[in-house]
Write a protein that binds this ligand. Structure first.
Ligand SMILES: NC(=O)c1ccc[n+]([C@@H]2O[C@H](COP(=O)([O-])OP(=O)(O)OC[C@H]3O[C@@H](n4cnc5c(N)ncnc54)[C@H](O)[C@@H]3O)[C@@H](O)[C@H]2O)c1
Length: 362
């Protein structure tokens, strides 16, 4: 079987070192970083990397076995020389679109792009056009889409045993680009990637975040999302971090502590005068696995077979559209804004230095 040549652009925490931050953490299953994922996958070989920071890249090379001749400060040179099949773009979102477009233009057939997809909707559109126009595929690093625990949640929703899905609750959406990208993607996945038709959003303390059409920080938001199939998602800002609930016509399923435990309740005629009341039933068993590795294996499967990946560039754009939908609704005074958005030029542009990765576990 062919081994696919892989490269990583952006060799910092998510590109190469985040495993050192989370070793032993409940609910996290290594490998977590892109590089560790490529090493663990039996069908990929990590052969090259690119970063603007040579010190970080040298440590990355030592940890992941990429020799100095495979390390580049100019990712374009890496693409021209290395004949890569799969490339990770683990930078921050601001430079992501330009890099992804260059990758697929230079013949890369599969991209593992970190979230959030892009700094503006115009850039997300350009990424869709470039990926599809070059016959490539892209999975966004919204890990819960490949997490077996949330596969189980989706199976239970899809089975109909709780009735029809009516509402999804994201209990803490957090900052939109950093955390919200994960949670909004999970809402899309649990609802079968149905299109959203409108969004209504509120960005607390928003004055500090906007400079004309430039977003100078990654803001938090809350709001409502209406999907074409009638399902509504409610995205909240509460202390219930990484907790989600699906409310169906005859029951509910709740992920607690990011799916470390579950609560399932089903309607039974035990209420006053025989009315339906929700009663706890047995919670599902879920099995641990690495969502990073499953995402990479999904790309490998698509390269092998030509079948589409589980994520794909359009699902990535749909999540980005929810981020900007919440923002644009807020800017329109909290009005419902129809999707796809008309205005696509609002852009995230933060003035921030990259983080220092943790080279070794404690
Ligand atoms: N999926 C997850 O669970 C998860 C976890 C952490 C971070 N992330 C995401 O991963 C991305 C990276 O996060 P991080 O904390 O590792 O970022 P970081 O800011 O620490 O590092 C980004 C790296 O990209 C490099 N870079 C920037 N422009 C470049 C270019 N043109 N060419 C080559 N290298 C370039 C920088 O030098 C830096 O080393 C973010 O989008 C973040 O949201 C995802």
């Amino acid at each position: 079987m062919k081994s696919y040549r892989a490269g990583v652009i952006g060799c910092s925490r998510m590109g190469g070192f985040i495993d050192n931050e989370v070793i032993g953490a409940a609910g996290i299953h290594l490998p977590y970083s892109h590089a560790a994922g490529f090493t663990a996958c039996g069908r990929t070989e990590l052969v090259a990397c690119a970063d603007l920071r040579t010190d970080v890249m040298a440590e990355f090379g030592r940890l992941h076995g990429v020799p100095a001749e495979g390390q580049y400060t100019d990712y374009r040179e890496m693409l021209a020389k290395e004949g890569l099949d799969i490339v990770s773009v683990a930078t921050q979102p601001e430079p992501r679109a330009a890099i992804v477009i260059e990758c697929v233009g230079q013949g890369v057939k599969a991209v593992y792009a970190e979230k959030a997809m892009a700094a503006s909707m115009a850039e997300a559109d350009a990424m869709v056009e470039a990926v599809e126009g070059n016959g490539a595929i892209l999975n966004l690093g919204t890990n819960r889409r490949w997490d077996e625990r949330y596969d189980r949640m989706k199976e239970i929703i899809d089975s109909g045993e709780l009735g029809e899905l009516e509402h999804l609750i994201v209990y803490n959406v957090g900052t939109l680009f950093n955390s919200g990208s994960h949670h909004l993607d999970l809402a899309l996945r649990l609802n079968g990637d149905q299109p959203a038709t409108w969004v209504q959003g509120h960005v607390p303390d928003s004055d500090q975040f906007f400079d004309g059409d430039i977003l100078t920080e990654d803001p938090q938001a809350e709001g409502i999302i209406q999907f074409a199939n009638g399902v509504k998602a409610h995205v909240l800002l509460t202390a219930r971090s990484s907790e989600y609930e699906a409310i169906c016509s005859k029951g509910t399923i709740t992920a607690i502590h990011d799916g470390l435990s579950w609560q399932v309740r089903k309607a039974s005629p035990t209420g006053l005068r025989g009315r339906d009341q929700l009663q706890a039933v047995e919670a599902p068993e879920t099995s641990p696995s690495s969502s990073t590795l499953r995402l990479i294996e999904d790309l490998v499967h698509s390269l092998d077979t030509g079948e589409p990946p589980r994520g794909g560039v359009r699902a990535a754009r749909a999540g980005n559209e929810l981020i900007f939908g919440l923002i644009e609704s807020h800017r329109a005074g909290g009005a419902r804004v129809p999707l796809p958005l008309e205005k696509r030029t609002t852009r995230l542009a933060r003035d921030r230095a990259p983080r220092q990765p943790k080279y070794r576990p404690d």
